[in-house]
Design a binder for this molecule. Structure first.
Ligand code: AMP
Length: 393
């Protein structure tokens, strides 16, 4: 059976088509600038790349265009071959601890938690509706970024604020990147030749958005993001955790609303805010090579916060077997991986410089006498969508 994974944003849609259960990738690609005057479409299959510009009025038009292309390129002979579509949904609130087959009730529940992810859930729903409309025979499955973290204990997810905020509005830590943390922790267990129940893994998902997760015996017991993806460690443009009183302080100093200050914490902070140059690690590394001290400071702040978290998780998990680096920075930046491992030397973590000289490839990067195995594990959220979809339908 062929299964499609779909990640819909407000003006974009990324997809990957798999043969299941072999997990062979048949094709992949994306749409950008859906709803604008001119959008673009990219499709890769069999070492062939197609790029087209066209107007895609909405997501349904884009999905129809995609399915027509799959047939006209001979990638599928009939749309009936596609038995399921797995949709990434950012927020599942407390309702969803696992992936689920989509029906009217599930759609309603996703709508209900949309106030917790107003930028993401409505866009994910648009993708779901587009596939239901254009591919009605296929089973549709929702895979939530928050679901993996539903195993956290109340002492971890309840904030020390008036309890009614939790009861009345669902204010608590949810955590995100769950699909990635799950994939990487499962892979780490496999690499160690152990069952997921028998390993403790700290996953460092470090991309433009970044979060760390403590996975004890296959279950998420803590993660750094919170009610929203603004919390936790500093990121490309997001501040991560700060003293909450800063919001009122800056709003008074600069005569800004709470929304305006929060937007600055989301869009103008992190690497970008501290360096004043860029949110992109590559630009910062290039600036540091030319002696830029604020670029160095931006990276040092992030490395320190990551180390603080890994050390804390290590302690309250009762030690860990694996530290895994993934996502854009985690998979590409030997500098950052070395910096973090060096800062963790008190725990007996030792990096092997030669092994660490690698990008985007599953690799053991710790030395043989390291107390913890450190791996680079490229993440693969799409395959998790396809696996859950195949299983559920
Ligand atoms: P992501 O959001 O997962 O795509 O990650 C984006 C981050 O990964 C950005 O900060 C990039 O600068 C960083 N990144 C991507 N490629 C490289 C590379 N070759 N070397 C260093 N950092 C990289």
């Amino acid at each position: 059976m062929k299964v499609m994974s779909c990640n819909a944003g407000s003006s974009s849609l990324k997809f990957k088509l798999y043969n299941m259960p072999s997990e062979e990738v048949i094709c992949k690609g994306m749409f950008e600038r859906i709803g604008q005057e001119m959008g673009n479409f990219e499709l890769e299959y069999n070492d062939k790349e197609i790029e087209r510009e066209a107007k895609f009025e909405n997501h349904s038009v884009a999905v129809s265009y995609l399915l027509d292309s799959l047939v006209s390129e001979g990638i599928v002979s009939s749309l009936e071959e596609i038995g399921g579509v797995g949709h990434r949904v950012v927020h599942g609130g407390e309702k969803f601890a696992e992936s689920i087959k989509i029906d009217e009730e599930v759609i309603k529940a996703i709508e209900e938690v949309s106030d917790l992810a107003p930028l993401h859930n409505p866009a994910n729903l648009i993708g779901i509706h587009a596939f239901i409309e254009v591919l009605p025979h296929a089973g549709q499955v929702a895979v939530f970024d928050t679901a993996f973290h539903q195993t956290m204990e109340p002492e971890t997810y309840i904030y020390a604020v008036p309890y009614e905020w939790y009861e009345d509005y669902g204010v608590r830590k949810y955590g995100f990147h769950g699909t990635s943390h799950k994939y990487v922790s499962l892979k780490a267990a496999e690499l160690e030749g152990k069952r997921p129940e028998d390993v403790n893994v700290i996953v460092c998902h470090l991309g433009n958005g970044a979060s760390i997760c403590a996975v004890k015996g296959g279950k998420s017991i803590n993660t750094t993001m919170g009610l929203t993806p603004l919390a936790g460690i500093p990121m490309g443009t997001r501040s991560g955790n700060i003293d909450p009183a800063i919001i009122e302080f800056i709003s008074e100093k600069e005569n800004k609303t709470v929304q305006e200050v929060t937007r600055m914490l989301n869009k103008k902070s992190g690497f970008l805010g501290v360096s004043g140059i860029s949110s992109d690690n590559r630009d910062l590394e290039a600036a540091v090579a030319k002696g830029n001290r604020r670029a160095q400071l931006a990276m040092d702040i992030q490395d320190k916060k990551i180390t603080d978290i890994v050390a804390a998780y290590y302690v309250y998990m009762g030690g860990c077997d694996v530290i895994a680096f993934t996502a854009g920075l985690g998979e590409n930046s030997a500098r950052m991986r070395k910096s973090i491992c060096d800062r963790l030397s008190a725990l007996g973590v030792k990096i092997d410089l030669e092994r660490n000289n690698v990008r985007k490839k599953t690799t053991l990067i710790s030395s043989d006498d390291s107390s913890v195995a450190v791996y680079l594990i490229p993440t693969d959220e799409e395959i998790m969508l396809a696996r859950d979809t195949f299983e559920l339908i």
